[in-house]
Design a protein around this ligand. Sequence first.
Ligand code: FAD
Ligand code: EPU
Length: 283
Amino acid sequence: RTGARVERLPLARFTTLGVGGESEVWFVSDHAQLAEAMEQPYRILGGGSNLVIADEGVPERVIRLSGPLAERDLEPDPHLSTADEIVTGWVGGGVPLPGLIRQLQKLGLSGLEGTVGIPAQVGGAVWMNAGTRYGEMFDGLHTIEIVTPQETRQVTPDDLNWGYRDSGIPRNHVVSRVRLRLRRSTPEAVLEKMDFADNARKGQPKMKTPGCAFKNPGGVSAGRLIDEAGLKGTRVGNALIAPEHANFIVNLGGATAADVHALLNVIRERVPVPMELEYELWP
Ligand code: FAD
Ligand code: EPU
């Protein structure tokens, strides 16, 4: 066997909502361990910042990238970098995005600062092309390594059909690592752009949450639509539609997945515009 660490753990502790029952977690730190984990039905857990996981947990293996797959090499590749642009070494899918964004700012490297404040891992953020109005993950990618049970391949953004909150990478294809393509700038200039993007978050709730529940339909704020339906402050059990921003569902403490599902149904019934769910429900 490859030596992957396997443990049954409550997934609540891996999610920003703080909900999710016990499941078998596979901590994989190299490609051989990843391949072994993928021999049976699996799910991939990133930063857990977009997930509503059942209180019973999930029957599949839950793969978490760790060790070298959660490390970064930001050295510019001398063959691919120019006076204006750099291409980094490999950045593991398990690297926490917020720390990476801070580090890039200090290095004066520009391209991903629009994603400041997104509590994801690099792999999860790439998989769903996380972003804000000020930028998204695909603004700063050079190569993406994708692992499936059949193969490992390296692609460029041009090879993928990506768009708003969507990388075009099929579910359960693992983003194991990426190389970044960034512009040379200064720490001050990058910080200024980060502050701008950060400001747009001032009105977001500070409690346990998986972020925005629905994608913005046709560019209209789903939060505004839910707000206009009069649903701010609606509560089911210990889950609440945030009074600060109606597209956020927050955990008041002890919320269950069922509470969150019930709130999502209230929103679907009461908002007249069809909206696509952004949260991912496990199972
Ligand atoms: P998870 O939640 O762990 O998983 C989400 C999906 O990604 C799952 O399908 C999972 O299987 C898949 N996945 C995870 N890792 C990998 C991998 N390595 N390879 C392949 N698939 C993988 N999102 C935005 O876009 N913009 C925002 O401004 C924003 N603000 C937020 C603010 C808060 C306070 C919170 C809690 C969330 C916010 N989000 C935002 C939502 C969330 O951060 C993003 O959806 C993020 O991309 C999820 O990444 P993750 O690593 O946490 O993935
Ligand atoms: N609005 C309301 N009521 C609300 C919420 C918003 O009237 O309850 C209004 C605001 O006043 C503003 C407009 O709607 O005029 C837009 O609101 P906001 O600036 O908060 O942006 P958003 O479109 O609701 C998007 C992303 C967020 C991202 C912010 C900031 C989606 C689904 N949401 O929200 O992303 O952080 O912009 O860039 O695209 C996420 O995807 O999880 C997420 C949090």
